[in-house]
Design a protein. Structure first.
Length: 283
């Protein structure tokens, strides 16, 4: 793929300058506020370093991180993206999905520069790994990694790590990915459940309505067949799922859509309520 457009370079540079200027002004304001308080504090209680301690009550975490050479996160409406999660590079998430606290989706080893059109993105996504390796190589690095594409009504729970170092990571609709699971360049089809702490290695595929148990490790290029329960390290088939268990997979995803709706306004007031500074305790 071609590199970032001239317009995207300009937007990236100006946006970064404005953001960093605003952050510097914000910190200056916090310094001034603390300094004003310690002026009224008896000298015996003043620690020189305490003059410029921050009482920063707003979250400064920038969870949507566009990268000039690696692409821009795209999030559909009616999604919940936790303020302390990270979407880096070419990460696309469809409507009704949720990314929870501390989760990291990192697609920063591809070469899908900012400013690419949707049509160009789709053509790039359709390329094989070898084709991307041939066409995306540049003077910086090979750039042959993939993007991360998450379907609708899928929940990626707290602490998950999802990467696309070797190829695209594709997660379907109605998928539940349990806390602290790790997925790398794998495919998870619709209505699956990936248990807490499970690991999906590069090239593996979890087919529709499959269940990977908590702590299971699915090896490279392994296929978990539809309707099966896999567990262990290395993971292997334990049994087929009953119809009741398959129905539970749908229910699990629906419940997280409801939970995410209730969380969508959590940060509207700026996060944690600011603590009152007690000038008598400074230092």
């Amino acid at each position: 793929m071609p590199g970032p457009t001239i317009l995207s370079r300009i937007q990236h540079t100006i946006g970064r300058a404005i953001r960093e200027t605003a952050q510097a002004l914000d910190r200056l304001g916090v310094r001034g506020r603390v300094h004003a308080l310690v002026l009224n504090t008896p000298p015996v209680f003043i620690n020189e370093r305490s003059y410029y301690k921050f009482n920063d009550h707003l979250s400064r975490h920038r969870n949507l991180m566009p990268l000039l050479h690696r692409g821009t996160p795209s999030v559909a409406e009616a999604t919940f993206i936790a303020p302390c999660s990270s979407l880096i590079g070419t990460v696309h998430i469809r409507e009704g999905s949720s990314v929870w606290y501390g989760a990291v989706l990192r697609a920063d080893l591809c070469n899908m520069g900012c400013g690419r059109s949707q049509d160009e993105l789709e053509k790039w996504r359709a390329l094989s790994k070898q084709e991307r390796n041939d066409t995306d190589r540049d003077h910086l690095d090979s750039g042959d990694g993939g993007g991360i594409f998450v379907g609708a009504r899928t929940n990626i729970q707290d602490g998950c790590i999802i990467t696309s170092k070797n190829d695209h990571t594709v997660i379907g609709d109605g998928v539940t990915i349990g806390h602290c699971a790790a997925i790398s360049s794998a495919v998870v089809e619709d209505n699956c459940l990936i248990g807490m702490g499970a690991i999906l290695k590069s090239g593996c595929r979890v087919e529709t309505l499959a269940f990977v148990a908590a702590g299971a490790v699915v090896g490279r290029d392994v296929i978990v067949k539809s309707g099966e329960l896999w567990a262990g390290n290395p993971a292997r088939k334990m049994r087929d799922l009953s119809q009741t268990e398959k129905d539970q997979l749908y229910y699990q995803a629906d419940e997280y859509v409801k939970t995410a709706t209730g969380q969508s306004h959590t940060m509207e007031l700026g996060g944690s309520i600011e603590k009152t500074i007690d000038s008598n305790n400074i230092g």
